[in-house]
Design a protein around this ligand. Sequence first.
Ligand SMILES: [Fe+2]
Length: 164
Amino acid sequence: MNPIHPALARLARAASRQDFDELEETLHVALRKPTWMRPEHRVGDPKSYMRHLLYIDPQDQFVITAITWLPGQVSPMHGHQVWCMFGVAEGDLTEERFGPELELQQKVVYRAGQLAATDLDQQAVHRVSNRGISRVVSLHLYGVSADKLTTGINRLVDETATSR
Ligand SMILES: [Fe+2]
């Protein structure tokens, strides 16, 4: 992995301290001015949204990833097993938030530079998607070790239980 970009280093410092106010502020800066974004972070996979690993905490407490969403790509409906924070660096990203009965509570479209509502206590259930016609790049921090990246973040929810 290449040396960490200064904008991501600020994020990493806040995340390693679990200083979530500072993390929110630095994430906001990184989204408004995505100087950290390299061409490979904008590469999408036509089969599914694509996660790019940007930084692994040496203490294994968190990772920083970018996700590229091509038009029409949708995440499963899920909760989280770890704290997570994300926002949009390019394009418009849609988030649907669901309530205790998995009823749709809120639908929000985040524009480039905007931070999504954070989920520090693993209470949220959401589905994230690119409903637009151009690519979306989002930036995510997860309180997970890199070896659990594929299985340790999402808590999948049975979508057949959805009331609508
Ligand atoms: Fe999520």
